[in-house]
Design a protein around this ligand. Structure first.
Ligand code: ATP
Ligand code: MG
Length: 200
């Protein structure tokens, strides 16, 4: 027999369901979204790759541009680059503290941006991930106005996910969905090296 607590719970849930259903009913738009995943916590790129998996599951086509990073031994690249509906580009030279060469970084950034730009002009890509793009803007390697223009002018149904720390306010302003992932704890600070399946 339901006690008073169960009855209250059921009433509360019924009210909540009405509110949620009404909100879902109001959300009728369908269009390409710009998502920004930023902040210092772990989970930005891996979330973006999760959306690539979702898109592929629906038979959609995805393009991924990985800026900054030069490593091609990640699990995500090994897995996704073999998928027929994925175009995967590793466009980095490494972190700027590795290359230590600003001019070279700018050349690399611009070369990488050309690849991204092509995908942003091609409606065949349902989802485009611009992984670690934020750094190219915050370091001034790319013209922010031009990048934002290209994002704004992409095909109307194309989704784009931008990841990286310290997203500029103008990018956040343009985006539809923004998540700032907080760094609460990271195993690296306890001396754990990058683990396959978790970090790479
Ligand atoms: P992930 O690719 O795991 O989703 P991310 O994209 O949020 O991470 P990046 O700044 O791109 O974070 O860093 C990528 C690598 O650095 C991953 O191996 C990740 O585990 C590690 N990392 C991310 N955040 C932190 C942190 N706050 N401290 C230490 N290492 C981190
Ligand atoms: Mg990342």
């Amino acid at each position: 027999m339901a006690d008073e607590r169960d009855v209250r719970h059921a009433e509360r849930m019924a009210r909540k369901k009405a509110v949620v259903d009404a909100a879902i009913g109001r959300a009728q738009d369908e269009r390409g979204l710009l998502l920004v995943l930023t902040g210092n916590g772990k989970g930005k790129s891996s979330s973006a790759f999760g959306m690539v998996a979702r898109a592929l599951g629906h038979g959609l086509k995805a393009g991924v541009a990985q800026f900054i990073k030069s490593r091609t031994d990640t699990g995500e690249e090994a897995f996704f680059s073999r998928q027929p509906n994925v175009e995967w580009h590793v466009l980095g030279d490494g972190f700027t503290w590795d290359t230590q060469d600003r001019r070279q970084d700018i050349v690399t950034a611009k070369r990488g941006w050309n690849v991204a730009e092509r995908m942003l002009q091609d409606p065949a890509f349902n989802l485009v991930v611009l992984d670690e793009l934020t750094y190219l803007l915050s370091y001034g390697y790319l013209d922010t106005g031009l990048v934002l223009d290209r994002l704004a002018q992409r095909p109307p149904m194309q989704h784009v996910v931008v990841t990286g720390r310290a997203a500029l306010p103008a990018l956040i302003e343009l985006a539809d969905t923004v998540s700032v992932i907080e760094d609460n704890k990271h195993a690296f600070r306890a001396g754990v090296k990058a683990q396959k399946g978790i970090d790479l």
